[in-house]
Design a protein around this ligand. Structure first.
Ligand code: NAP
Length: 279
């Protein structure tokens, strides 16, 4: 067998990762399996040992262990080290190496849907939220050359800690959510990364969009529901939208590439996954 893979987290019984990676295995003609490895925190170290012993090719890590997994790994790639979280682990001849594919996955998904936008790195970007996903996205966008990325968050200190990341060139302002709301017309791309609007709280929005530019893109990384209230409002104001399931696919694609050095094609899967989530 070329690749034994899995997902470590809790709770993960309803995860979409097995669905995605099973298709990747098929469309790259790779022989392998992808299992759900649901563990409690006190079982995490034992699970890593089991994974080593059973010669897994690699595994994904999700909430709540993206940081807690780090002490059990042998090495981190520079991106995961700076972001401080791991969502993908490669077993290279018995050595477990941690990666973070969220930021690059996000950038790939944006590039796929809005190629012309991504070419102009002078665009003004607003990141809503300052959790793990925001940190990874900020770092990847900045590394790729976007300089003007402001961060708005409920807890200002967390936004500041992202602005303090070691990045090549950055002109970042840290804002409250209400300041972001008042200055929204400044931004070409708004990336929503908070939990606000996620099932079952689908009627909530992190900010109001009264001041949104008509030609802006509003991106929400939440994928349950696929149409968050924020995205519906953005569309009704004439803005372009970018859905969260796409980041899910592209971060998985990058993980697969780390494990096997092969790039699965995901064009049809984007539509299939959207339909699956729309029920
Ligand atoms: P996290 O580290 O827990 O961060 C959560 C963020 O949401 C923080 O900025 C937090 O603000 C904010 N927040 C939570 N409740 C809030 C409220 N009531 N009002 C205002 N802000 C609130 O989570 P994460 O890992 O970054 O994930 C965030 C979201 O992204 C989740 O919905 C997750 O499912 C989604 N996600 C999607 C993908 C994908 O592939 N599409 C990948 C990763 C994550 P404070 O700092 O003030 O607490």
């Amino acid at each position: 067998m070329e690749g034994k893979l899995g997902l470590v987290g809790y709770p993960i019984k309803h995860s979409l990762s097995p669905w995605i990676h099973q298709r990747f295995l098929e469309n790259t003609e790779t022989i392998g399996t992808y299992s759900i490895l649901e563990v409690l925190e006190n079982e995490l170290e034992q699970m890593v040992q089991t994974i080593r012993k059973n010669s897994y090719k690699g595994f994904n890590v999700t909430l709540p262990y993206k940081q807690k997994i780090i002490p059990f790994l042998d090495e981190l790639d520079p991106h995961a080290k700076e972001v401080g979280a791991v969502n993908t682990v490669l077993n290279r001849n018995g050595k477990l190496i941690g990666y973070n594919t969220d930021g690059i996955g996000y950038l790939r998904s944006l590039t796929n849907h809005y190629p012309a936008f991504v070419e102009d790195r002078q665009k003004n970007v607003l990141l809503l939220g300052a959790g793990g996903a925001a940190r990874a996205i900020y770092y990847a966008l900045n590394q790729s050359g976007f300089q003007f990325i402001d961060i708005a968050n409920r807890t200002i200190e967390k936004a500041q800690s992202i602005a303090d990341l070691k990045t090549p060139v950055s002109k970042t302002s840290v804002l409250t959510l209400s300041e972001a709301e008042k200055n929204l017309d400044k931004y070409d791309l708004i990336i929503q990364t908070t939990n606000v609007g996620m099932k079952p709280n689908e009627d909530e929005v992190p900010i109001r969009l009264e001041k949104l530019q008509e030609n802006a893109i509003v991106s929400d990384i939440i994928y349950q529901p696929i149409w968050t209230k924020l995205l519906k409002e953005a569309k009704s104001r004439g803005a372009s939208v970018h859905h969260g399931h796409s980041m899910l696919l592209y971060q998985a694609q990058y993980a697969f590439e780390i494990w096997f050095g092969r790039l699965p094609i995901i064009t049809n899967m984007d539509i299939q996954l959207k339909q699956l989530l729309e029920g």
